[in-house]
Design a protein around this ligand. Structure first.
Ligand code: NAD
Length: 284
C-alpha cells in the first residue's frame, strides 16, 4: 500500500491562514506584528532567504524590517544592533540571518537575543525552557516536525521514536519535544552503532542527519511514520534536484506516513517562524 504523504505545503497554508487571522485581530486592537531580521555580510543564500521571508511576512500582514550590516561587520556591530532591537519596545520578534561574517561568534550573538523576542528559539535560555516544558518560543524546525507528526493522528505517548541526528538546533530540540509528549525517545548520531536496526523499531523515525538519502526501506518499520528533515541540492540524471535524508522511492510503500522533500518540513518550518512571530506579539 502506498504511504500517506504528509503534505507540508498544505499544512503550512493552514498555519499561514491562522497566522493572518491572528495578525488582523492584533491590528484591530491597535497592535502591530513585526519581524526584525539582521543580515550581516553578502551571503547570497541568506539574501535570497531574506527576500523570500519579506514576501511571506507581507502576505500574512507581518511588517518585515531587514537590518543590513556590511560584510566586514564585527561582533560589536552585530551585537550592538541586536541589543538595540532587544530594548526597543516596538520590536517583538528578532532573528539573525546566518552565516555571520568570519570571526563573529554566532552563539554569542544568538545568546544576546532576549528570549521573549527570539522567534527562532536559538537563545540557550529558550532551549532550557523547551526542556523544562515552560511556555517559550520553540525552534521552528522542531515545532514543524512535531506538528507534522501530530497531523497523522498518532498518539505519541508510549510510542518508540528514533531521531537520527542530534544537532543543537534541529535533532536535540526534536528529541526533547518528543520526550515532552511522553514518547520513548532514542537520540542517535554519526557514532551510533547498528543504526538501521535501531531505526527499524521506531513507530516514528525522524531523519535529521544532513546526509542525502541515508535512510532506506531497511531502516523503516512497516506502517511507521517517517519525517524527513534533510535538504540537499544534488546533481541528478535530469539536472540539479532537491532531496532529503530519506530515500523516498525506497521508503514509499513501507512507511505508513511519509513527509516528502521538497514540500515537507521546509514549508512548515517557514510557517512556524510566522507563528512564533504572532505568538511573541500576542504575549508582548
Ligand atoms: P548538523 O550537521 O549540525 O548535525 C548533524 C547531526 O547528524 C549530528 O548530530 C551528527 O552526529 C548526525 N549524523 C551525521 N551523519 C550521520 C549518520 N551517518 N548517521 C547518523 N547520524 C549522523 O546538521 P543540522 O543543522 O542538524 O541539519 C540536519 C539536516 O537538516 C541538514 O540536511 C539540513 O539542511 C536540514 N535542515 C532542514 C531544515 C528545514 O527547515 N527543513 C532546517 C534546518 C536544517
Amino acid at each position: 500500500m502506498p504511504s500517506t504523504i504528509i503534505d507540508g505545503k498544505s499544512l503550512a497554508a493552514t498555519v499561514r491562514e491562522d497566522v493572518a487571522r491572528r495578525v488582523a485581530a492584533l491590528k484591530t486592537s491597535g497592535r502591530s506584528v513585526r519581524l526584525d531580521a539582521v543580515l550581516a555580510g553578502g551571503d547570497r543564500a541568506a539574501e535570497l532567504y531574506a527576500e523570500s521571508q519579506a514576501r511571506t511576512c507581507t502576505a500574512v500582514g507581518i511588517d518585515y524590517r531587514l537590518h543590513r550590516l556590511p560584510e566586514d561587520a564585527t561582533y560589536e556591530d552585530v551585537a550592538g544592533r541586536v541589543l538595540l532591537l532587544d530594548t526597543d519596545d516596538s520590536v517583538r520578534a528578532i532573528m539573525v540571518h546566518l552565516p555571520l561574517p568570519l570571526g563573529v561568534d554566532t552563539e554569542r550573538v544568538q545568546s544576546l537575543i532576549v528570549p521573549e523576542k527570539d522567534v527562532e528559539g536559538v537563545n540557550p535560555a529558550n532551549i532550557g525552557n523547551v526542556v523544562y516544558g515552560r511556555r517559550s518560543l520553540v525552534p521552528c524546525t522542531a515545532r514543524a516536525v512535531l506538528e507534522m507528526i501530530e497531523s497523522t493522528g498518532i498518539e505519541l505517548r508510549g510510542k518508540r521514536c528514533v531521531v537520527v541526528g542530534a544537532s543543537n538546533i534541529v535533532g536535540k530540540p526534536i528529541a526533547v519535544l518528543l520526550m515532552r509528549a511522553e514518547a520513548t525517545v532514542i537520540s542517535t548520531n554519526k557514532f551510533t552503532r547498528d543504526l538501521p536496526s535501531i531505526a527499524r523499531e521506531a513507530d516514528v523515525l525522524v531523519a535529521a542527519a544532513g546526509v542525502p538519502r541515508l535512510v532506506d526501506s531497511s531502516w523503516v518499520k512497516p506502517g511507521g511514520v517517517v519525517i524527513d528533515v534533510g535538504i540537499h541540492r544534488i546533481d541528478g540524471p535530469s539536472g540539479v534536484q532537491t532531496v532529503g535524508d530519506v530515500n523516498f522511492e525506497s521508503v514509499q510503500g513501507v512507511a505508513g506516513h511519509l513527509s516528502p522533500v521538497p514540500g515537507g518540513v521546509g514549508p512548515m518550518t517557514v510557517a512556524m517562524l510566522l507563528r512564533n512571530c504572532v505568538d511573541a506579539a500576542e504575549r508582548g
